[in-house]
Design a protein around this ligand. Structure first.
Ligand code: BGC
Length: 470
């Protein structure tokens, strides 16, 4: 029999939608560079190295931000920190949009990057802590949807302002709109009830929860938050204890896999790739890129509906197979470019299929799984390390893409990402668990019982020995 599922009320939806604006800014500010780059080089001469540095300056900031985010969200509260990052987005955007030299662009982008890094940890956390348990999965994935909508909007803006003089300034400046909406929205949103309880402000938390849950009696929820806080807080060094080490490895592995299979070579450099494939005017290559943004959003919507129905593992495997095949086709396109006419359309089709496969698998899955697999007492620190790894791997890939293209050629560069998909598929087969429909507590119990990684989402079986915790 189906149990009645409580609908999230308007207040929770509003909290999630406004917090997801941080995801939208994440997508917008990382996506806008692909078009802006084509125009910045008309204002300031750029070498391949400088181009890569402009693209990766946001990522350097994001690495710095994600490292400090666990500490900062505890100290200033989730809401306080979201307000601070809105201000950082505004400041960084103004510096980059009004830049009179390359250094200012880089400085502004690093500032924006720090805000993105903190937001990529804090926004999902803030949503998860406000959401009722039954809706947490969907609402967390809403953040990934916002990221893809941000990327799509950035492509759309790239295309709209293509013929405007100094268009890169306008492209950057538009990012102020969601940042102001985020800041204004956060002024009116409540602090996370869970953080308030942790700070000993349970009465205030109770009043907020009543609004978020549409009911007067929230004692049970306050109680379980208080109980969960009784759990001893593990020291950072315990992350290397045998019982948790493997799970931490899984989180880092998934973060690296999401990036080293090349997604951001496509997301950040798509117009450049299309130009290399034979679309010589900036306008048609940016239009093709806009198509990428649209299929990325649509495929993420598919993932949100099907991750809980088909399961994580099948989506991951089909996604990786599709990504590998389409990267191989892209590589072949560049290999035979010049010999066969119309191959550039094949490049566009391969790129679209690649993005569709990424979005329904690794795109949504990474952020969902890093919030599922870590035991409560170590969740903050472990999630921080996984989020940092994701930004670090992102930095490695996007700061080496053009260098790789120059050194190995475009065809071989895509072949490298193809090999990463194959290796990733083989390793995932052995270590990625199916966590569909399993409670977080059950996953945690399985980890404590020492089950192999690929079984930590399985229902508990008897006769499995409890492992030594220290
Ligand atoms: C990744 C980003 C990527 C985006 C593309 C996110 O899940 O973390 O690096 O640009 O998906 O949609």
């Amino acid at each position: 029999m189906k149990s009645a599922i409580r609908q999230p009320n308007f207040a929770v939806c509003l909290v999630s939608a406004i917090a997801a604006l941080a995801g939208l800014l994440f997508g917008f500010d990382t996506g806008i560079i692909s078009g802006a780059l084509l125009f910045i080089q008309k204002t300031f001469p750029l070498t391949a190295g400088l181009k890569e540095f402009i693209v990766s300056s946001v990522l350097i900031g994001a690495m710095m931000g994600s490292l400090g985010s666990g500490y900062l969200t505890d100290k200033y509260g989730r809401r306080g920190l979201m307000l601070i990052i809105a201000l950082m987005f505004i400041t960084g955007t103004l510096i980059a949009a009004l830049a009179i030299n390359i250094e200012m662009i880089i400085l502004g982008r690093i500032f924006i990057g720090i805000a993105i890094g903190i937001g990529s940890y804090t926004a999902p956390l803030y949503i998860a802590e406000a959401a009722p348990a039954e809706w947490r999965g969907g609402l967390v994935s809403l953040n990934q949807l916002a990221i893809t909508i941000g990327i799509m909007s950035s492509y759309f803006i790239n295309y709209t302002f293509i013929n405007t003089e100094a268009s890169w300034r306008i492209m950057f400046a538009i990012g102020i709109i969601p940042a102001v909406l985020l800041g204004t929205g956060m002024i009116f949103l409540p602090e996370s009830p869970r953080w308030l309880v942790k700070e000993g402000r349970s009465e205030q938390a109770r009043k907020i929860l009543i609004k978020l849950r549409d009911k007067q009696n929230v004692d049970h929820e306050i109680h379980s938050i208080e109980n969960s806080l009784q759990i001893r807080h593990a020291k950072l060094s315990e992350l290397l204890a045998p019982w948790i080490r493997n799970v931490l490895f899984l989180g880092i592995f998934l973060s690296f896999l999401q990036q080293v299979t090349g997604i951001n070579a496509i997301i950040y450099y798509a117009p450049t790739i299309f130009q290399m494939a034979g679309f010589h005017d900036a306008s048609s290559s940016i239009l093709a890129t806009l198509g990428i943004g649209v299929v990325n959003v649509l495929s993420t919507v598919f993932a949100i509906f099907y991750l809980d129905k088909l399961g994580r593992r099948p989506l991951l495997f089909y996604g990786l197979i599709g990504m590998g095949l389409s990267l191989f086709c892209l590589s072949m396109t560049f290999h035979y470019a010049g010999q066969v006419p119309y191959l550039r359309w094949f490049a566009v089709a391969s790129t679209f299929i690649y993005v569709i496969c990424f979005a329904f698998s690794l795109g949504a899955l990474l952020w969902l799984m890093v919030s599922e697999i870590f035991p409560l007492e170590l969740r903050g620190a472990a999630m921080g390390i996984a989020v940092f790894s994701c930004w670090f791997a992102n930095f490695l890939v996007s700061s080496t893409f053009l260098t790789l293209v120059n050194a190995l050629g475009t065809a071989n560069t895509f072949l490298v990402y193809t090999i990463m998909c194959i290796a990733g598929l083989a390793i995932s087969y052995y270590i990625v668990p199916e966590t569909k429909g399993v409670t977080l507590e059950k996953i945690e119990e399985n980890i404590r019982r020492g089950l192999p990684l690929n079984q930590i989402g399985a229902p508990i079986t008897d006769n499995v020995p409890e492992v030594e915790m220290s």
